[in-house]
Structure formats: C-alpha cells, structure tokens
Design a protein around this ligand. Structure first.
Ligand SMILES: *Cc1c(COP(=O)(O)O)cnc(C)c1O
Length: 417
C-alpha cells in the first residue's frame, strides 16, 4: 500500500516517525496524531478536546511537572480553551481597577462554590452568610459542608451592627459569604460596608456575582477577596452550557490553594462548555444593557397594574435597597419578581396563560424566563422559611430577556386578565 500523502505542513510528530511513515502499519498510522496543520492564529478560540498534552522530551516533561517551565499537561489541571476563558472573565472582573486577579473555570456554579469553600476552610472554621442565598448554596453549606465540621451562621447581612456583633463574638468565623442582589426579592447587601467590617476582623470575603456579571458590578472595587459566578447564567447568556468560575486577587493563594483544590476535587470545566461560554461573552455588554432596559420597563408596567400587589426590582425607587443597588451597580439587571394580589391560585392561573415567556428553571438567557418559586424552585422548602425570605404563594420570578419589550409587556398583560 502506498503511504498517505501528508500535507507538507502537517509533519508527523517526530521525524523518525515520518521516515517510518511508509514502513509502519496502516493501523499504527491511524492511531498517531500529526502535528497541528496550522500556519496562522485562528480567528476564534479553538476547542482543545484533549485530555493531555505531549512533551517533546523527558526534560520538558520534568520541567513542566516541577513548575520550572509553564505548560499544559493534563486537562483536569488546565486546558488552553478553558484557561483562556477563565482569564478573560478575571480580566473583566478587574477591568479598570488597579488589581490583578486569577480565574479558574470549573464545571458549574455549584462547583465554583464548593471548590472555593473546600480550598479556604477546615473543620472547626465557621462561615457567616445570609439566609436568602441561592438554594443550592444553602443546601451545600448545610448538607455537605456542615457535616465536615464547618459551622454555618446565617444572619441578615444588611444589618451591619448585627454582623459586627457576630464577628466580634465568633472568633472561628473564617469567611463572610454573600450574594447581591439575592434571589428572588432582589435584596442587596452593601458590598463596601460589609467588606470593611469583615476586613476589620480579618475575615475572608466571597461574593456570588452571578446576577450582575462584571459589567454591572465589580466587587473587587471594594476589596472583596473572591468572586464566584454561575457562568451558566448571564455570562453565557444563551442557556447552552453549565460552568462556573472562581476569581481571586491573592494570586499565590489562588494558585496554591484554590487551583490545587480544583485539580484534586476534579471540578475543572470542559473545553466545550468553556467555548460556548466564550461565544456568549462577546455580547455581554449589549445583552446586559438590553436586559436592564427591558426589566426596568416591565417593572414600571407591573407597578402600575391593579392586579399586582408588589414589584421587587431594585431599579424602582420603591425598592427598599434601591440606594445600595444604585451605589454599586451600573444598571439594575434583568432579574425581578412580583406578587399577584390573589395568591397561589392567581399565580398558577397567570402561569398557565403565559404564551410568550418560557417556563424554565434557569435565568440569564436571551429569552424571557418565568418561574413560580412556590410551586417550582422552592417547593421543597418549609413554608415558613420560604415566607421569611419573601417567597410568598403568589410570587412570580422573571428573568427578563432581550426581546422587543412590547411583546413581553403584552404577554404579561394578557396573562393577568
Ligand atoms: C444558578 C446559580 C448558581 C449555581 O450555578 P450552576 O451553574 O447551576 O451550578 C449559583 N448562584 C446563583 C446566584 C445562581 O443563579
């Protein structure tokens, strides 16, 4: 059989093998990789679908494994597609600020949260946080972290005097963890003030910035130590991949502790999911501006409706945290919730009449998503706990998309008739 004609640029991975190309078997030839047939930089980020990276010599292998030379070795440790996207988001979180940050892209928002906690905490440590966290985060803290010996203290983080009293009393608190705005009432925490107090008591601070993205809010401006995102939501924006990120400004801690935890827990992102996220990132500014403008118009429409009891959107001056939101956010984002006057029945009736908005349990996508927390996302929560966090029977949550807003207002209007 004649040897396969190889494009002159695509040499076999070493010359000896090339010499052998007409001597080795067809099957052996099939098995081996050629060097990449590439002359110029790709315009778009390639997907590096490879579990490992090859070394040209044992010396290079040793240098890379011992850290003497930088280089990829195994995709759980890092991958060019994944690392490029992580770096981009870290740069967006520090955009215009005088700090440098390192980002680690992981397999989901939940793995960002769990990896960060495992990297920072040990048995006997305590975490101070709020009651109205993302449901999965609360469940992780209580069901997974607590049995490992980390005590979770929940309080209202808007009450800064109470926060200070707890920090003074509870010496074992290692980290203050928070979310702003919080789901689904859009309650805000004053990042600057909370971080100041936490620093005074020498505590780590970490914030879930999923609802805002770095375009709307940059917690590093206020000295927060870590930012996590579910990039599944607004950062991706198109609802086609699950991923998360941990970003920190203490570069050696990020490298030694957080990267090590990610590598050993195995929470690394897949290159394909990273690539989908990278595509979404390109339109982040345009999308967030449109999400915010649409949400504002809808909030104003709902506030005027006689069928609506209350609208939770921190862009409205009537929202109790409007001033804090205005201070730390560029615009108010795409998330809002509202309460219908006639409770659960009205909520279910309304959901059944919705035609245009998508009924799906996620947020941050380009299309408008609607959710009835009492019967969906929070159905397993005890009713008192749900009510304590403002999740009443008639509450509807909207993740406002980037459609033409008139279509959205018409749909909401007809469903309330
Ligand atoms: C969705 C979400 C998470 C969890 O992210 P996954 O990507 O689903 O694991 C965490 N925090 C917030 C605020 C979220 O909305």
């Amino acid at each position: 059989m004649k040897p396969v004609k190889i494009c002159s640029l695509a040499l076999l991975n070493n010359l000896e093998l090339q010499d052998m190309s007409n001597k080795i078997g067809f099957g052996s030839f099939c098995v081996h990789e050629l060097d990449e047939n590439r002359t110029t930089q790709p315009h778009q980020l390639p997907i590096y679908a490879t579990s490992s990276f090859r070394f040209h010599s044992i010396d290079q292998g040793i240098d890379i494994f011992t850290g003497k030379e930088e280089g990829h070795k195994y995709s759980r440790y890092g991958n060019p597609t994944v690392d490029t996207v992580a770096q981009k988001i870290a740069m967006l979180e520090t955009y215009g600020l005088d700090v440098e940050a390192m980002g680690l892209l992981v397999s989901s928002g939940m793995s960002a949260i769990s990896t960060l906690f495992m990297a920072c905490l040990k048995a006997g440590d305590k975490v101070l946080t709020q009651g109205n966290l993302y449901g999965g985060t609360t469940e992780f803290l209580v069901k997974i972290l607590q049995p490992f010996g980390v005590e979770i203290i929940m309080t209202d983080l808007q009450n800064l005097e109470e926060v200070e009293a707890i920090l003074k009393r509870e010496k074992a608190i290692k980290m203050v963890y928070f979310e702003t705005p919080a789901n689904p009432t859009m309650a805000c925490v004053d990042i600057e003030e909370l971080t100041k107090i936490a620093k005074r008591y020498d505590k780590l601070t970490a914030v879930d910035n999923t609802f805002c993205t770095p375009y709307l809010q940059q917690p590093f401006k206020y000295g927060v130590d870590f930012i996590i995102h579910s990039t599944t939501k607004f950062l991706n924006g198109h609802g086609n991949s699950i991923a998360g990120i941990i970003i920190g400004t203490d570069l050696s801690f990020m490298q030694e502790k957080v990267w090590a935890a990610m590598k050993l827990i195995g929470s690394t992102s897949s290159p394909f999911n990273a690539w989908l996220l990278n595509n979404g990132l390109k339109t982040l500014e345009l999308r967030m501006d449109r999400h915010s403008a649409n949400a504002m118009a809808i909030a104003e429409f709902l506030e005027k409706s006689t069928k609506v009891e209350r609208v939770n959107y921190n862009g409205l001056p009537s929202h109790p945290d409007h001033a804090v939101a205005k201070k730390q956010m560029r615009a108010f984002g795409g998330m809002l919730s509202f309460e219908l006057k006639d409770g659960l029945e009205a909520g279910i009736d309304f959901m059944n009449k919705i035609k245009f908005c998508t009924l799906a349990p996620t947020l941050g996508d380009v299309d408008t998503l609607i959710l009835h927390p009492a019967s969906m996302s929070h159905v397993n929560l005890p009713k008192e706990m749900r009510l304590k966090n403002g999740i009443t029977d008639g509450l509807i949550r909207l993740s406002v998309g980037i459609e033409n807003v008139t279509d959205l207002i018409n749909d909401l209007g007809q469903a309330m008739e």
